[in-house]
Ligand binder design. Structure first.
Ligand code: DGL
Length: 273
């Protein structure tokens, strides 16, 4: 039976990806899950993020989903490979789980003229080295500079992203990134929460530097994927419906979610176990 596409994040960040997915695939159904009760993932260990993400993937499969997008860089960095290589073949060989790091890496090099790019992400994403590894496959000549921004997700999740206090931490991490090289001309927001800080980031980067958010990249890549995998696309239901779940309080989720998604939503609570 056809089912919605699952979209997962540790909390609200994946909604910035879902927004773009909905624009590119308006007829497809989506089911969103934010693991808000256990967010943030960014500073958690490999084992913990893998365990939490696997539980979420299983939850989507219980809802009937055939395709799940990990709309979270941290989960993509720490859990995707194990899930694809070890768990899926045993658990559900016909189902698919995709992440955000490969599609972002595939196109990032095309934006840079100096062949020097910056990656801003959570501590987990940066320490995993997933971006330099993936980017080297597509752009062996590209110089990749990384900076972890551990204060940004808490600022965003606590509604401080547009307040003056946020500038301090935006400037701090940008300075640390650009102190590694003045030739960086393209910066990837490699955390799905960061688009909420985009205005402040743009205000503080050196002139001419491009700031790249992931929403449109992931959406275009999913459109291409479904065209290339018509059998998977056939298993995706298309009634233009979206449903939202959180592992924390549904009312709180509804209030915060509109900031990330750009429109009001109705949310439901779920436990993963
Ligand atoms: N939005 C997630 C990402 O893209 C991270 C948020 C978190 O730290 O939980 O990495």
């Amino acid at each position: 039976m056809a089912a919605p596409i699952g979209v997962f994040d540790s909390g609200y960040g994946g909604l910035t990806i879902l927004k773009a997915l909905k624009e590119q695939l308006p007829h497809h159904d989506f089911i969103y899950l934010g693991d808000n009760a256990r967010a943030p993932y960014g500073t958690r260990s490999f084992e913990t993020v893998y365990q939490y993400t696997l539980e979420a993937v299983n939850w989507f499969f219980d809802q009937g989903c055939e395709l799940v997008i990990l709309a979270c860089n941290t989960a993509s960095a720490k859990a995707l490979r194990n899930i694809q290589q070890l768990d899926l073949p045993k658990m559900a060989p016909g189902k698919r789980v995709l992440g955000v790091i490969r599609p972002s890496s595939e196109v990032l090099g095309t934006y840079s003229k100096t062949h020097e790019v910056g990656i801003l992400g959570t501590t987990g994403t940066i320490q995993s080295n997933s971006y330099p590894i993936e980017l080297a496959k597509f752009y062996p000549e590209l110089k990749v500079f990384q900076q972890a921004c551990p204060m940004w997700v808490p600022l965003i999740e606590n509604g401080e992203f547009d307040k003056p206090g946020a500038d301090y931490f935006v400037v701090q991490y940008l300075n640390e990134l650009f102190s590694q090289s003045k030739r960086i001309d393209t910066v990837l927001l490699a955390c799905t929460h960061y688009p909420l800080l985009e205005a402040k980031i743009k205000a503080h980067v050196p002139g001419g530097v491009k700031i790249i958010a992931q929403g449109d990249i992931i959406a275009h890549s999913l459109v291409k994927y479904l065209q290339n995998h018509p059998k998977i696309d056939e298993k995706c239901s298309k009634n233009s419906q979206m449903t939202f779940f959180t592992t924390d309080n549904a009312e709180t989720f509804e209030k915060q979610a509109s900031l990330f998604f750009g429109q009001k939503i109705e949310a439901n609570h779920t436990d993963l176990a």
